[in-house]
Design a protein around this ligand. Structure first.
Ligand SMILES: Cc1ncc(C[n+]2csc(CCOP(=O)(O)OP(=O)(O)O)c2C)c(N)n1
Ligand SMILES: [Mg+2]
Length: 332
């Protein structure tokens, strides 16, 4: 789907095309490509470190979801706030977190973003607006309302963007948060990264109505629904959502994508077929953007190779810096 679906509070649907200005914005598209590639490389290296036993706790990767996470965070303004989930590395990177301090966090180092005590699920840096990251599914949404209420009361600029997964939308606190946000007119975007599974449960097995774009109506909240593998569509969808939220109109943003990797460290993929995974691999958001840029002659293979080696260098420097940092005090 190359259009953005907008569902208003009464359920009226309109389809909005991607802006010509965005399609012609070459620097933006290159920036999005570079950030998505950085995110992919960050997570692949994290997975290697985890497999080699260097990372405590667990690790939830977003491989396949880069367009949703990076496109949505990069459309935000610097004074906007985000709250992420157990699968939050990519959003943190998109909002500008340093990968050095993220690796330090994964490796339990004193200079990690949560001083080495939080690990993968606690990539937090309020100085860049990453206010919170939470392993408790849906616990973000009431906190997002609290932060949004504070912004509104203090008449501060900026909005709050709260991430959740499709599975998390069925937690009671999500519905309670939608109700309060609508009632109080809070500057908040409720972004769902819909990867169609909550652990091994497909969306049809957990949602009475799997059309997630219909949920907001019950709370008089509009919904923007978009192909979460098309990074420009995601970017524009977040710009639209942000505009509404900054006028104190809460909004739901549904980014439809797929988790190509397993749920976390132990996932044998028994609940989905190889064909399903392969079909989504063909829709890899990074490969799709690369193909478009190559076809349009915006980039060439040499530029791509240079970008790749620059990213690998950044990863190597960041990991090495984290590895020689001091361990958090009582981690041995
Ligand atoms: C309140 C709560 N219930 C259950 C869990 C265990 N759990 C961790 S991730 C997860 C699935 C969440 O699915 P979704 O919201 O779709 O996010 P995704 O993992 O697909 O990114 C569950 C049930 C939890 N962490 N918190
Ligand atoms: Mg999910």
């Amino acid at each position: 789907m190359n259009e953005i679906k907008f569902v208003d509070e009464q359920g009226h649907i309109s389809l909005i095309p991607i802006d010509k200005d965005l399609l012609e914005d070459i620097p933006l598209q290159k920036k999005l490509l570079a950030k998505m590639k950085l995110g992919r490389a960050f997570e692949k290296k994290a997975n290697e470190l985890f497999a080699a036993g260097f990372i405590h706790g667990t690790l939830h990767l977003g491989i396949g979801q880069e367009a949703a996470s990076i496109g949505s965070t990069m459309a935000l303004h610097s004074n906007d706030k985000i709250l992420t989930t157990h699968r939050g590395h990519l959003e943190a990177i998109g909002k500008g977190m340093s990968i050095e301090s993220m690796y330090a966090e994964l490796l339990g180092r004193e200079n990690g973003v949560s001083k080495g005590y939080g690990g993968s699920m606690h990539m937090i840096d309020p100085s860049i607006g990453v206010m919170h990251a939470n392993g408790i599914v849906a616990a973000n949404t009431p906190l997002a309302c609290g932060i949004a209420l504070a912004l509104k009361k203090q008449k501060k600029n900026g909005i709050v963007n709260s991430y959740i997964g499709d599975g998390g939308m069925n937690e009671g606190s999500y519905s309670e948060s939608l109700n309060l946000a609508s009632l109080w007119g809070l500057p908040v975007v409720f972004t769902t990264i819909n990867n169609t599974y909550g652990m091994s449960t497909p969306i049809e097995g957990s949602h009475a109505n799997p059309d997630l774009s219909m949920r907001g109506m019950a709370f008089s909240i509009p919904t923007i629904d978009v192909d979460g593998n098309q990074v420009l569509a995601v970017y524009q969808a977040m710009q639209m959502a942000r505009n509404l939220a900054s006028n104190n109109k809460p909004v739901i943003l549904i980014l439809n994508t797929y988790r190509i990797c397993g749920h976390s460290r132990s996932d044998k993929n028994c609940y989905r077929s190889d064909n399903e995974i392969k079909a989504w691999q063909k829709r890899c958001p990074i490969a799709m953007l690369e193909k478009t840029l190559l076809e349009k002659g915006i980039i060439d293979q040499i530029e791509l190779q240079n970008l790749e080696s620059d990213i690998q260098k950044q990863i190597q420097i960041a990991v090495e810096a984290a590895q020689i940092s001091d361990l958090a005090k009582d981690i041995q």
